[in-house]
Design a protein around this ligand. Structure first.
Ligand code: NAP
Length: 312
């Protein structure tokens, strides 16, 4: 955690700190559930139904305060059944993650990664009129898959900053402060846009939402951008679509088998690959940690949890 979050966790709650940055092992998760009143976990910590079952009747933990808005790594129904409340950190992550989506869109369209690789390799011989020609982003058409907090922040940037036309897929109509069309279905959205940007939560409902059929519907000039969760995109189908030239490129912040990134993706020049940087800004990680601690504070005071996640 950032220094301010670590200091408050210790001062206000006498927190023990786990120093490793790698995800918790099953044994660590089971022990944490059995020995602590509250566990502040993050996206690599896979609190599956098996973990809750293995912790058995010895679960002391009453709150799993997740550091992050996405909670697809926690089996919410199993947590609920075990008497463990789950909270997350919505809102704190929105602008930073939208910024990374725009970074990926621009880098993909303007071939920024490829250009930098050429320069660093000493292979740049100077400007010329038709070198590294990409695609202009202004005025193009974006399709946002999942028009929630982050999806809307991306669309807002695209409309007001880049004069782009906005279409989206969501389960419900949205009232927005800019024009946007709700698509009838994902395939028709994929077929009409220049940038298909994925911003839905992970989990069973959205697993492989972007599959071979959706990728096949995309235009050869279009880019796929994923800042959501890796498993929302069928990675093997994406690689096949890129290798066949069925789409123009992809910009990815997340991966199906994170942190493993397929060599086939790394080999492609028209793919921008970021190491899950969505919320990686000092202030944002601090805000996320403080929000998780606010939930813990409310829990300790016996108050309603501000960011309670409920099984659906
Ligand atoms: P959110 O406000 O809950 O928005 C999610 C949106 O997805 C909602 O609009 C929802 O539609 C829509 N949706 C859910 N399931 C859908 C489905 N099956 N088909 C179509 N639309 C669906 O969440 P958020 O704060 O924007 O965050 C979105 C996700 O981004 C998180 O869950 C997390 O996994 C990911 N994320 C990634 C990073 C990163 O570092 N790359 C950082 C932060 C978050 P309705 O509104 O109609 O319900």
């Amino acid at each position: 955690m950032t220094a301010d979050v670590e200091a408050r966790a210790k001062e206000d709650f006498g927190a023990d700190q786990r120093l490793e940055t790698a995800p918790m092992s099953p044994a660590e998760m089971i022990t944490a559930l059995q020995n602590y009143d509250v566990v502040l976990a993050s996206l690599g910590d896979m609190f599956s139904a098996d973990i809750f079952a293995a912790a058995g009747g010895d679960i002391r933990c009453k709150l799993l305060a997740n550091f992050g808005v996405g909670y697809n790594h926690i089996d919410i129904a199993a947590a609920e059944a075990a008497g463990v409340a789950v909270t997350n950190t919505p809102g704190a992550v929105t602008d930073a993650t939208a910024d990374i989506a725009l970074t990926l869109m621009l880098m993909s369209a303007r071939r920024a990664g490829e250009g930098e690789r050429i320069l660093r390799a000493g292979q740049w011989n100077g400007w010329h009129p038709v070198e590294l020609l990409g695609t202009h982003m202004s005025g193009k058409h974006i399709g946002v898959v999942g028009m929630g907090r982050i999806g809307q922040a991306i669309a807002r940037r695209c409309h007001f900053g880049f004069g782009m036309r906005v279409s989206y897929l969501a389960r419900s109509d949205k009232t927005l402060e800019f024009p946007a069309t709700r698509a009838a279905d994902l395939v028709s959205l994929a077929a009409e846009v220049d940038f298909l940007v994925v911003a839905v939560p992970g989990g069973a409902e959205t697993y492989h939402l972007i599959d071979e059929q959706v990728l096949a519907a995309m235009r050869p000039e279009a880019f796929l951008i994923n800042i959501a969760r890796g498993e929302v995109v069928e990675e093997a189908a994406l690689i096949a679509a890129l290798q066949a030239g069925n789409i123009a490129g992809a910009g990815l912040d997340v991966y199906e088998f994170e942190p493993k990134v397929p060599e086939a993706l790394k080999a492609l020049e028209n793919v921008t690959l970021l190491p899950h940087l969505g919320t990686a800004a000092q202030e944002v990680r601090s805000d996320m940690g403080q929000m998780a601690l606010d939930n813990i504070k409310a829990f300790c005071a016996g108050q309603d949890l501000p960011n309670l996640v409920v099984a659906r």
